[in-house]
Write a protein that binds this ligand. Structure first.
Ligand code: FAD
Length: 561
């Protein structure tokens, strides 16, 4: 798609909650976000979080400082707080959540990023978001999604991923009857891995005692996981499937969670999401995805720890080579036994740590992984009449050519969360959250006027494509439209170049090269999507749980059961 116009500064409005007074972590709009309930209490809105403004005095040394309140950071913080650690979360923005945050505009509550919530069911061991909330006494009301995503692909291939695995497989086999055996074997292998993972109590893979214990209790499951750890979904698919279109479909299955094709997607990551969506199902939190981070922040404070917003960490303070605290942009310093960075690794090692030379393991990481592109996002409010009555919540659109799958602006992600939760929009209206991959280089060096013009042009092209493919009359139904570029993502999500996360430079050895939580700097840990096992809410929650376990073991103060 020719996208040749120019850009200037990011749209300052996108991603800003409609809250002038949000410094205290509490969006000012009166309507509660989410309906998180504390055990035993009824309908406690998560906006009650009592937090300190960054300006207020803190006290003494903390067990851990967490830089950033994305889901990875919040899960690590709350897991530690639940075990009695004293934690301080420092968030640059005005509310928690990062890419899983929200903002409000004119009666619409928009998810900033994630809308397809994996790991959010009430069963198994991989419902890590549910478990993280429970650890601090919270539970959110959810709406089960009858499907995960509706694919609209080249050659009019349309596949709805049903909540029920058998319905999904039946639909796929009907489209590819000659590949029935291959389909069953590929997804069957995913289940083998998922069931192994799901049978373990997930903690830090860097903690030998835990690993030893798990191996002793579940040797078969551990060996299964070890076998698939260095493998990629594309290679396994090719063992069982020959049809090129079906292999391309599996690429699309992987792309929607990892922004790379199946050959570049570790089999363990693919299995987690391709099975969790059927095992526990995709469940949408009432009130919007932002309620999850808000509820975790509430839980953190309930457990005696702290979260401060508008707290821009500029330095990790080192003493004799050990991380001992952080400095904010206003010069204020905080000290702790450990520092956990939820910023991307590029930000952590490129900005927060002022070391003369990048540690070898970071050099290796940067050799193996590059920054995935960012996104062009369009948040829209539309008249409800434009959507057919049976419209699914999530869609993925790639019109004519499989070769465009990974190209910038090539494919379109679309979420319509109001299909599940109408309370997110004024009556008679829907939300359309549309996004497509885009690189920051396409948006740099433009005058403000050209930048705004380019956003308008690109957004209109994407909307026109959706109008042609799915919803005739879409343009005329728009009542609100806000467009964010990769620069918007960089600015408001504090992510290097607005990146979605690490993307393997070539074909990875499965998950083998992904760094864990510890770093080569004593006392400094990383958490979130640039750590094992990678991007996506379920993965960063896993990273948070592993990180907290490792930190707790290192502090030697808290027992993890
Ligand atoms: C458009 C979009 C759609 C997505 N859709 C889905 C989906 O449907 N399902 C899914 O599972 N995943 C989805 N994802 C991916 C998922 O949202 C992310 O992988 C995940 O939320 C990342 O969490 P994180 O904890 O690693 O970090 P982040 O969410 O990036 O949070 C990091 C936090 O750290 C803060 N921070 C950074 N630097 C500093 C600093 N120096 N000082 C203080 N604070 C700092 C940031 O402000 C931010 O709040 C989507 C992502 C995007 C962008």
């Amino acid at each position: 798609m020719p996208l040749l116009l120019a850009a200037a500064r990011p749209c300052a409005q996108l991603l800003v909650p409609s809250a002038a007074g949000a410094v205290l972590g509490r969006p000012s709009t009166a309507r509660p976000l989410g309906r998180g309930t504390r055990r035993g209490a009824s309908a406690v809105a998560s906006e009650k979080t009592v937090v300190k403004a960054e300006e207020e005095e803190g006290g003494g040394e903390y067990d851990a400082i967490v830089v950033g309140s994305g889901i990875g950071g919040m899960v690590a913080a709350t897991q530690l707080a639940a075990k009695g650690a004293r934690v301080l979360v420092l968030e640059k923005y005005v509310i928690p959540g990062g890419s899983s945050g929200y903002y409000r505009r004119d009666g619409f509550t928009f998810d900033v990023g994630s809308s397809v919530m994996f790991g959010f069911s009430d069963k198994g061991n991989l419902n890590l978001i549910t478990q993280a909330l429970k650890a601090v006494g919270h539970k959110m009301e959810v709406i089960p999604d009858p499907s995960t995503v509706h694919f609209h692909l080249p050659d009019d291939l349309s596949v709805l991923v049903h909540r029920e695995y058998d319905d999904f497989v039946t639909e796929l086999v009907n489209k590819f009857p000659h590949e029935k055996e291959g389909i069953l074997k590929f997804y069957g292998t995913c289940w083998k891995i998922f069931n192994s993972l799901n049978s373990l109590e997930l903690k830090s893979l860097e903690e030998p005692l835990y690993l030893f214990g798990q191996f002793f209790q579940k040797p078969l499951e551990c060996l299964t996981l070890a076998y698939y750890l260095p493998q990629n979904a594309g290679d396994i698919a090719r063992k069982f499937i020959k049809d090129q279109q079906l292999l391309s479909f599996i690429d699309a299955e992987c792309f929607i969670v990892s922004t790379v094709n199946a050959l570049q997607t570790p089999m363990i990551n693919a299995s987690m999401v391709l099975c969790d969506r059927h095992f526990g199902g995709i469940n949408y939190p009432v009130g919007g995805v932002g309620g999850i981070a808000m509820s975790l922040a509430d839980g953190l404070v309930d457990k005696g720890s702290e979260i401060r917003y508008k707290a821009n960490v500029t330095n990790v303070i080192l003493e004799n080579g050990k991380a001992v605290g952080v400095r904010l942009s206003n010069g204020k310093e905080f000290f702790a036994k450990t520092v956990i960075s939820n910023a991307t690794r590029w930000d952590t090692f490129g900005k927060l740590l002022k070391v003369e030379e990048l540690p070898d393991e970071e050099k290796n990481f940067q050799k193996n992984y590059v920054k995935a592109p960012s996104f062009l996002s369009i948040h829209m409010g539309v008249k409800g009449s434009v959507l057919p009555a049976d419209t699914d919540c999530h869609h993925f659109v790639l019109e004519d050519d499989w070769a465009n799958l990974e190209k910038p602006y090539g494919s379109i992600f679309l979420s319509i969360p109001t299909v599940l939760d109408p309370s997110l929009a004024p009556e008679g209206h829907h939300i359309l959250h549309i996004f497509t991959t885009a690189g920051i280089e396409d948006w740099e060096g433009l005058s403000r006027k050209d930048y705004e013009k380019k956003k308008e042009l690109v957004a209109n092209e994407i909307i026109k494509r959706l109008e042609n493919k799915l919803f005739p009359g879409l343009q005329d139904s728009i009542v609100l439209k806000e467009v964010g570029s990769p620069k918007t993502h960089r600015r408001f999500l504090a992510r290097n170049d607005g990146t979605y996360g690490p993307m393997p430079r070539g074909k990875p050895k499965g998950l083998l090269a992904m760094p864990f939580n510890t770093t080569s700097i004593d006392g400094l840990y990383c958490v979130g999507d640039s750590c094992f096992p990678g991007q996506g809410v379920i993965a960063v929650a896993f990273s948070g749980i592993m990180c907290a376990h490792r930190v707790a073991a290192d502090i030697g103060k808290f027992r993890f059961h």
